[in-house]
Design a protein around this ligand. Structure first.
Ligand SMILES: *[C@@H]1O[C@H](CO)[C@@H](O)[C@H](O)[C@H]1NC(C)=O
Ligand SMILES: *[C@@H]1O[C@H](CO)[C@@H](O)[C@H](O)[C@H]1NC(C)=O
Ligand SMILES: *[C@@H]1O[C@H](CO)[C@@H](O)[C@H](O)[C@H]1NC(C)=O
Ligand SMILES: *[C@@H]1O[C@H](CO)[C@@H](O)[C@H](O)[C@H]1NC(C)=O
Ligand SMILES: *[C@@H]1O[C@H](CO)[C@@H](O)[C@H](O)[C@H]1NC(C)=O
Ligand SMILES: *[C@@H]1O[C@H](CO)[C@@H](O)[C@H](O)[C@H]1NC(C)=O
Ligand SMILES: *[C@@H]1O[C@H](CO)[C@@H](O)[C@H](O)[C@H]1NC(C)=O
Ligand SMILES: *[C@@H]1O[C@H](CO)[C@@H](O)[C@H](O)[C@H]1NC(C)=O
Ligand SMILES: *[C@@H]1O[C@H](CO)[C@@H](O)[C@H](O)[C@H]1NC(C)=O
Ligand SMILES: *[C@@H]1O[C@H](CO)[C@@H](O)[C@H](O)[C@H]1NC(C)=O
Length: 579
């Protein structure tokens, strides 16, 4: 068979920094890269961006602090780049907002590279670099890191791992500055809480503990998960006066699982004698384990990196989440009773159906009782029933249809007693997954239609009623159509349509009669592309993307409707007020 007529999505997977894979294509992992002749030398660098709401900051002048300035050249499998962090002298009070800023430039030819940013082993940002062009590119990522406030008051080590490869073909060096901006304004709420002896259940937490790998090492601080049975763990001892605990998980997927949502089931691969095609079907689950028990689960957002599927689509509007991958909060307070014994406990991560490789780590957010050295707690209820994804498979030769459904509910409840009194925490997760996949035209065309829906809820009660709630509902729609054709030997075309959505509804309530916040985001990208390629080089084509981002919340509104085609912005409408 002419292997290059197989749907390209299956061929594009490549560990973004895996050198051994760079030059292969046929039925092995490879991906397309733009030739370095693109762009005209007289043009200035192109600014790439991810559409997102600008971080609302106080109007006061921030205090800025440079964390790192570095040129990432040949950094693959080298130690992370580090700098020592000393709290800046302006940090004399708790900032009301802290913004992390990543600025980078690059020129030449280079793949997209995943990178992680850590302070004291706590992950602050998981991101992907933009693919450069000959005339250069520039981009900025700003992230609200206020929830990590407690970290910035301690001396520690700042670390960035960005595994890049530079040689005569892949010439792009990433020039990077990373900075922090601290904003101050009087924080009345916090002071009032202290006076009333009311616990602060909302972020930021008092202490952050990393659930990541320790320096020194020649890689990122994330754990590498290579298959379904690979459980990566770390032992931690929790301060005995904690009264709330949340595990925040960072996740990215690469190489054979970069496009996991498009992987066919194994029987399809084996009956067609296919080799080098990543399988295990399209369902993945990241499990969070405490002393071996699955206490939470993440059915992750399908981030498409900046070189994914058709790289021309993501220039200059990059894929949703690609510059700032989402993290996921798992409430483990119901289990706190177990953890307050002053002994080490095992935190672990697994990925159901994983293929090599997933990068997973987490931050443990802990709220501490300042008036007591010992809190107590007990688990009341814990349910994480086993579930089986249902697969309906119908194929003949290379053409066929597959439908995969899964749903899961995990819930826990437990009380914690501190100097603030006794509070019962209920945490639950409702997860739904649906994937329809079709191969046609002798598998030169692939269609994927997937929806992931999840609701995470936390309720906190005292004997008189609910005192605090947090709810997040996510819907991740995904539609991918790819069709390849061989024009002449080794010269092929790829047509692509993609719809990628990240929808969120959230609500939070502290003493409901006093304040209640809620909001929703609908963020959808529609992308179309046609390209010509030879080997793994793009030789021509066009890519266009439209995105509508609509956020409305009690903390403000933001709307943007923007479209690009081949590096040119066609229209860009922004509104930053509510109606
Ligand atoms: C479909 O592809 C297979 C493998 O490449 C090839 O052997 C077969 O002849 C093709 N069938 C048709 C109808 O083109
Ligand atoms: C980063 O880029 C932004 C946007 O261009 C700019 O305003 C800011 O000054 C830059 N910061 C650093 C430290 O280079
Ligand atoms: C980093 O900061 C230096 C010094 O301010 C500046 O010259 C350089 O352009 C910055 N680079 C980026 C990528 O922002
Ligand atoms: C799964 O991955 C682990 C860690 O790399 C490895 O030790 C183990 O042999 C793998 N298991 C299988 C079945 O491949
Ligand atoms: C797969 O290989 C087996 C054993 O060589 C052969 O009998 C079968 O016909 C092959 N199937 C296809 C679809 O090529
Ligand atoms: C919280 O958990 C308790 C203990 O199992 C249970 O009685 C109660 O119904 C739960 N509440 C909610 C809202 O799930
Ligand atoms: C195939 O692609 C190569 C590389 O772009 C090009 O040099 C060659 O002319 C193409 N062949 C045909 C027949 O179009
Ligand atoms: C792909 O997008 C084009 C342009 O919007 C549209 O005409 C075509 O019907 C779409 N095809 C599929 C299969 O999604
Ligand atoms: C779009 O960009 C590609 C790559 O730079 C180029 O080959 C192609 O000619 C461009 N197409 C249009 C219509 O501008
Ligand atoms: C976005 O702008 C385009 C072009 O003006 C328009 O056709 C489209 O309806 C707009 N979409 C929304 C949701 O406002």
């Amino acid at each position: 068979m002419t292997t290059s007529s197989f749907p390209l999505l299956l061929l594009l997977s490549l560990l973004p920094f895996s050198y051994s894979h760079l030059h292969k294509l046929k039925f092995t992992n490879s991906r397309l890269l733009h030739s370095d002749t693109d762009g005209d030398d007289t043009t200035s660098p192109t600014t790439y961006f991810e559409v997102t709401r600008p971080i609302p900051v106080p109007t006061t002048q921030p205090c800025s602090h440079l964390l790192l300035q570095h040129d990432f050249a040949y950094t693959y499998s080298k130690p992370p780049v580090t700098s020592s962090y000393t709290p800046p002298s302006c940090l004399t009070q708790t900032p009301s907002r802290i913004v992390l800023e990543w600025n980078a430039t690059c020129k030449g030819r280079q793949y997209d590279r995943i990178f992680g940013v850590w302070l004291g082993g706590v992950e602050l940002l998981r991101s992907c670099t933009a693919e450069p062009r000959a005339t250069g590119i520039v981009w900025t990522v700003q992230k609200d890191v206020t929830k990590y406030s407690s970290l910035f008051f301690e001396e520690s080590t700042f670390a960035v791992y960005l595994g890049n490869l530079v040689d005569s073909t892949y010439t792009g060096v990433y020039h990077v500055n990373v900075s922090l901006y601290f904003y101050f304004e009087s924080d009345k709420l916090h002071q009032q809480d202290e006076q009333d002896n009311v616990p602060a259940f909302q972020f930021p937490a008092d202490l952050l503990l990393p659930i990541s790998r320790n320096l020194p090492l020649n890689d990122g601080l994330w754990f590498l998960i290579q298959n379904s049975t690979d459980i990566q763990t770390k032992e931690l001892t929790i301060p005995s006066n904690a009264y709330r605990a949340v595990v925040e998980v960072y996740i990215s997927f690469h190489s054979d699982d970069e496009f996991w949502y498009s992987n066919p089931p194994n029987d399809y691969i084996s009956e067609n004698n296919l080799t080098g095609v990543p399988g295990n079907g399209p369902f993945r689950e990241v499990t969070i384990r405490l002393d071996g028990d699955v206490v939470g689960s993440v059915w992750p957002f399908t981030v498409i990196y900046t070189g994914g599927i058709n790289p021309l689509l993501w220039r200059p509007i990059t894929g949703i989440g690609s510059f700032n991958l989402p993290s996921y909060n798992i409430e483990i307070t119901p289990f706190l009773g177990r953890l307050l014994d002053g002994k080490p406990h095992t935190f672990g991560f697994g990925v159901t159906n994983a293929l090599d490789v997933w990068f997973v780590d987490a931050n443990l957010h802990l709220w501490l009782d300042q008036k007591s050295s010992k809190t107590e707690g007990n688990l009341l209820k814990y349910e994480a029933p086993a579930y089986i994804p249902r697969t309906i498979s119908k194929f003949y030769g290379l053409d066929g249809k597959f439908k995969i459904n899964a749903q899961r509910r995990i819930s826990s409840a437990g009380w914690v007693e501190s100097s603030y009194g006794q509070f019962t925490f209920n945490f639950s997760q409702e997860l739904h997954f649906q994937n329809f996949m079709e191969f046609s035209d002798n598998a030169s065309t692939q269609l994927v239609r997937q929806t992931i829906e999840s609701t995470y809820s936390t309720y906190v009660r005292n004997p008189y009623g609910v005192v605090y709630t947090e709810q997040v509902h996510h819907t991740f729609p995904l539609y991918i159509y790819t069709s390849t054709a061989d024009v002449v030997q080794d010269n092929s075309t790829l047509a692509t349509n993609i719809t990628l959505g990240f929808d969120q509804k959230w609500s939070i309530g502290e003493k409901p009669e006093l304040e209640f916040g809620f909001g929703f985001l609908t963020n959808i990208q529609n992308a179309h592309g046609d390209l010509k390629y030879s080997g793994n080089s793009i030789t021509g084509g066009i890519g266009s993307t439209e995105e509508v981002y609509d956020y409305e919340g009690t903390d403000g509104c933001y709307f943007r409707n923007v479209s690009s085609s081949n590096y040119t912005i066609l229209y860009d409408l922004t509104k930053d007020f509510c109606f």
